[in-house]
Structures are given as C-alpha cells and as structure tokens.
Design a binder for this molecule. Structure first.
Ligand code: ZN
Length: 511
C-alpha cells in the first residue's frame, strides 16, 4: 500500500507504536550500558532509571488511543485486503491485548526487582553464595507467577504456558514435552557412545591464546566477511555475551575472551553475530515499531545464532577459510595447527557442568533440566530453597557429574535473576530449527559448503534474509518452519546432524 493511500487511523497507529518502541529501545540501551560500561556503584540508580522508562514504555504501549485506532483499522476493508497490513494488525492486537493484562505497578516492580536481582546474582555467583540470592529468587518467582496469572492460563494449558508465550508465541509446555522427549531418548545413547568410546580428540589447537588485540582483529575480519554491518553495529566485551537490536541502524553484540583459547571466543562472537545479522536483516527502516520489523520469537532468533555458531563455525569448511586468516593475523603463533586437528578439538563432546561451555550434544540436556526445574518452580512443586539440591541431582542423573558448588550449578545463569522464566526452552528450539533450516539451505544452495570453504557467505545470508529476516512476524514460527522445511519442528534433523558429526569423529557404529 502506498503511503498516500494509507488510512489516517493506520498511519497514526503506526506513529504511536514507533514512539513506544523508541522508549523500549532506550531502556534496552540502558541495559546494554549496565552490562558493558556502567560503574558498579550505579546499580541502584540504574534500577530507578529503568523502572521509570519501562513504566513510560508500558503506558505508551497500553494507551487507550491505540485500542481505538486499532479497532478502526480492523473495521477498514481496504486494510483487511492488504496482507502485510493484515498481519501487522493481527500481531498488534495480540501485543496490545497482552500488555493490557499487566498492571502498571507490576511491570515497574518486575523491572526494578530484576535490575537489583541481577546485581545480587552477580555477587552471589562470584562468592558461590546461593543463600544471598535466595530472597531475590523467591521475590522474582512470586512476581512471575503473578504475571502469569494476569496473562491467564491458556485453555488446556498451565501457568507456565502464559510465561512461555512471551518467548515462543503459540507454543505450550505439552508441545515442548512432545519435542523434547524423543530428543532426550536419542541424545542419551549418543552421549554414552561418545563417553565410552575412549577417544579424546587432542586439545592443543584450543590452548592457543593470542593477544586480545589480535583476537579482536580476527573477529572483525570474520564478522565483516559474513555480512555484519559495522556502520550499523558494534562489538564490546561483557561477562555474559548478548546481542541487542536497539533500533534502525543500531545492533550491538558483546563477546568475551575466556582463557580457553581463540576458537571458543570466536564461537561466542559468531553466536551473537547470528542474532545480530537477523536484527540487521529485519525491515526496520520501513517498519520500525511494527510487528513487520520484529523478530519472530526467541526460538527463531536462536536458530539464527546457532546456525552461524554451529553449522557454520564448527564446520570443517569454515576453518578451511578461517584458519589461514587466523594464521595471518596471529603471526606464526598458530602455524602448527591443522584444520583437521582444530575441527576435532572444537567438536569435542564431553559432559560438563556449565551450559555455555558445553558441546552441541550435551547442551540440550542442560536446557531440558532447566525447563523441568523452572516449570516445577512456577507450579510450586519445587521451592526455590530446594533448587540447589534438585539441580545437583539432575546433573548427576543426566550427565553423571557431581556439582562442586552452586557457582558451577544453579547460580551459573542470569535468566532467573532477570525474571526470564520460560526462556530456556528457546535455546534448544533454536538448535532444532537451525538443523531443520540447514537441511533446507543445503537443498537450496547445493554447493554451500564449497562456498563457505572459500569464505563466501553471500548465498547463505541471502537465503536467510529472504526467507526469514525480511518477513518479520508475518508468519507464526510453526508456519515458517513448515513453509521452509515441509515439516513441523521435530528432533530428526538435529539428531542427523549430531549423529553424523560425532559418529565420524568418535568412530561410533551406526545404530
Ligand atoms: Zn543466543
């Protein structure tokens, strides 16, 4: 629809939505600053700033004027005939009705509590002191239960589903069980096979830890090549890497340089870059503030990061191109490393305690246990005070490991401190979508691996841009998945990927 022909009520509606989005992006910018630059003592005041801006953003998003304009647009035959406008209106309605369900004080209280709980969590994690975090976890859990009650339990569902809807629109915990159940059944023998194979790929290739400046230069080289727009984004350092799609022309990522070597650091950067490429590919210049320019749920967002991190960054083809680049930048330090040794080292599978350090196979077990535990907490089947022992038991059962302290156990992740209950499943959904999309990509671009081994990523990014990024929220995630892959989401493509890779590295016999 041409601008001049757009109904006034639609134009005004979009203007109000843009203002609400602008306020939200300011809050996100303050959050970015808190994680990257903010001095430690500013935490309490930052909480106040964030609470105020979140309150304003919520007021804007729930302005009764939006309701009036929306009703006028929904009754407008010309708008109903336009499929993009129709998708926009459907999603605006969903968001508007949902945000109306949350009282303003609750939104402000959650925002302020989260900000302070994050500071408490950082301290508790450092000291491995669960007791000092417990009151914050209890408070946050209580707020999240209230939030879920305000949203309301969907028909046939449970309280947890109301929170899940924030991250995975249209998905229920029963559906998650349907997908996760067979995945766990197949993963367990694969991991057992790897563990009992007695093979341990040499790790020397990973020990190399070049000076930070050289590593930053290497990351920049890779990011430029895969299509990250530095004119519209930046890369900084934080304890917990994350990405922020702040607004048109402003997409930021952070990374970290752990003393675990250059390949691990690049992996983390590629992950966040996958998120960032999605944000940079959304049509924000035209549709900022509207669902048409917004990401389609976290699972799809995560599929973009996993695709670049795992299907690209942990492939042999990628390192055929990237290792010579690294050698050039690191100046001799990694000359003895071969592509094959590096490929095996970065694809080592071994049960470990820390989610973000785990391999592609065991990673999903970390997610499933978090899903079960947070769901139990929301149901009041698990008291926060009992979280450490429940956590440690599951790690023992699922991964055969003993948790030495809570820092390596239930205090390792920021999510519950942030109030993000219902978020964890998105990570495994991302792995599942990525594997299913990757198979579709290989059909669409048959010489994809050869292109990657030459450092050519244009066809890959082009497909993602066209088939996924450009759509915003026009389709539901389940529809998008069917359209691109011909099937509903399931465990099969991911298991083919993992069994193929680890089967050959660990010489496992095919079952
Ligand atoms: Zn991610």
């Amino acid at each position: 629809m041409h601008n001049a022909l757009m109904a006034d009520h639609y134009t005004e509606l979009l203007k109000l939505l843009r203002e609400a989005a602008t306020l939200s992006s300011m809050a996100e910018l303050l959050g970015w600053d808190q994680e990257t630059m903010m001095p430690e003592k500013a935490g309490t005041y930052r909480a106040e700033e964030l609470a105020m801006i979140s309150k304003l953003a919520h007021q804007r998003a729930t302005d009764p004027r939006i309701g009036d304009l929306l009703a006028a647009c929904e009754a407008d035959g010309a708008l109903r005939a336009n499929s993009a406008a129709q998708a926009n209106l459907r999603e605006i309605r969903r968001d508007y009705d949902r945000s109306l369900r949350l009282p303003e004080e609750l939104v402000a209280e959650i925002s302020e509590t989260s900000s302070r709980a994050i500071e408490a969590w950082k301290h508790a994690r450092e000291q491995s002191d669960f007791k000092s975090f417990l009151p914050w976890l209890e408070r946050q859990l209580h707020l999240q239960q209230r939030k879920a009650e305000c949203y309301g339990v969907p028909p046939g569902g449970e309280l947890y589903d109301a929170l899940l809807e924030d991250f995975e629109p249209g998905l229920s915990s029963a559906e998650l069980e349907r997908i996760f159940g067979p995945l766990k059944t197949k993963l367990t023998p694969l991991i057992d096979g790897v563990t009992s194979s007695g093979r341990h790929p040499p790790q020397e290739a990973l020990q190399l830890d070049p000076p930070l400046e050289q590593q930053r230069a290497f990351h920049r080289r890779v990011l430029e090549r895969i299509g990250f727009d530095f004119g519209a984004g930046r890369v900084d350092t934080s304890t917990h890497p994350f990405s922020s799609g702040l607004g048109p022309g402003d997409t930021r990522i952070t990374t970290r340089f752990p003393r675990g070597g250059f390949a691990d650091a690049l992996s983390s950067t590629l992950h966040e870059a996958g998120h960032a490429l999605y944000e940079q590919g959304l049509p924000k210049e035209q549709h900022y503030g509207q669902p048409l320019s917004e990401p389609l749920g976290l699972g799809i967002h995560e599929s973009q990061s996993r695709l670049w991190e795992n299907h690209v960054g942990r492939s042999r083809a990628f390192w055929v191109w990237a290792l010579p680049e690294a050698k050039r930048i690191f100046g001799g330090a990694c000359d003895p490393i071969s592509v094959d040794a590096l490929y095996r080292a970065i694809n080592t599978a071994r049960p470990s305690l820390i989610r973000i350090e785990s391999d592609e196979a065991t990673y999903n077990l970390h997610i499933m246990l978090r899903f079960d535990l947070e769901r139990a907490m929301i149901r009041d089947d698990l008291r926060p005070a009992d979280l450490p022992s429940a956590w440690n038991r599951r790690i023992e059962q699922d991964l055969g490991l003993t948790v030495p302290d809570d820092r390596h156990g239930c205090l390792q992740d920021i999510h519950w401190a942030m109030g993000s209950f219902g978020y964890f499943p998105s990570y495994t959904l991302g792995n599942l979508y990525a594997a299913q999309f990757w198979e579709a990509l290989l059909l669409a671009v048959p010489d994809l691996e050869q292109q990657i081994s030459r450092g050519e990523f244009g066809a890959l990014l082009g497909w993602l841009r066209r088939e996924i990024h450009a759509l915003g929220r026009q389709l539901a995630a389940a529809e998008l998945c069917r359209r691109l892959t011909g099937r509903a989401l399931d465990h099969e493509a991911l298991m083919r990927h993992l069994e193929g890779k680890f089967g050959s590295i660990y010489n496992l016999s095919r079952r």
